[in-house]
Design a protein around this ligand. Sequence first.
Ligand code: ZN
Ligand code: ZN
Length: 341
Amino acid sequence: MRAHILQEPGRIELHELPVPSPDEGEIVVRVRAALTCGTDIKMFLRGHPKFPTPTRFGHEFSGQVSAVGREVKHLREGDEVMVAPTGPCNACYYCSREQENLCETVIETMVLGAYGEFVKIPARIVRANVYPKPRALSFAEAALLEPLSCVTHGLEGISLRPDDMAVVIGAGAIALLHVLVLRAHGVHNVWVVGRNPERARYASRVGAQRVLISGLSEARAAVLSATAGRGADLVIECTGQVEVWERAPDFARRGGTVILFGGCAAGTQARFDTLRLHYDQLRVHSPFHFTPRAVRRAYELLADSSFAGERLISGYYALEELAKALDAHRAGRGLKFAIEP
Ligand SMILES: [Zn+2]
Ligand SMILES: [Zn+2]
């Protein structure tokens, strides 16, 4: 089989490798669609501390089960599946507290290799985070399961009302997945603040009520004037820029919620106005990764035909064109690109 190997930052090579075979609790999936993700771009450009090179890569995918381990009873060869690429150990402190997103081994056991023809799925993922793909869902849309799970995890426990006004800062795929999920929860007054006009087009397409292509100060003024000076009920930061983390609370009303979603660079620090956080009782939330609960919720959303996740997919490429797809993603010529091995 063919699979891309990230040899070192900046260099990928398409290799011929043996097709994996599953151990007892494992399955092997023939990848039908893999999506480009900002994490892949970072990994491609700078490497990733958790995944030393050379390594296979790509982690958002769906496909067809091609082989099943002896202990796997709920899946068969030929099943079309969607996969979230990590699973909990179910034994550590965090797993026992239903904080499986923080499982001590969840990230180091992540499945990489979606940019290849076959991927072996470890038992812990087979147990928790593999779902049958509904017929009506395309493989590319089904591959949104992973990023969407991060979004549903971030919104877990956040109370949403149909009359809420939400501001999403950032206009990439994660930002627009938030728009889709908020709309699915009946929140329609969702604004997107972005800088890239190309991406802004996508924001309107997924149903953002208003798209502001502007700096943060200007955007904040527009939000305040639309809310009688109060600010938004919910503010979701999706850029991973320290200065945006620091400014996000300025968009929130008293008693509002701020979700700091985008991970910033290691070693950075943010400063906040303590009086605002205290006297205005802002709820600040900074979610990481996902739990099996969140994956189930993401699956339910994708299975609902009104979700329209395919609007985030900007183009399709063959396996050997991965470099082109990563480049298009990096250059912001779209949101996410599907590789079809
Ligand atoms: Zn991703
Ligand atoms: Zn664990």
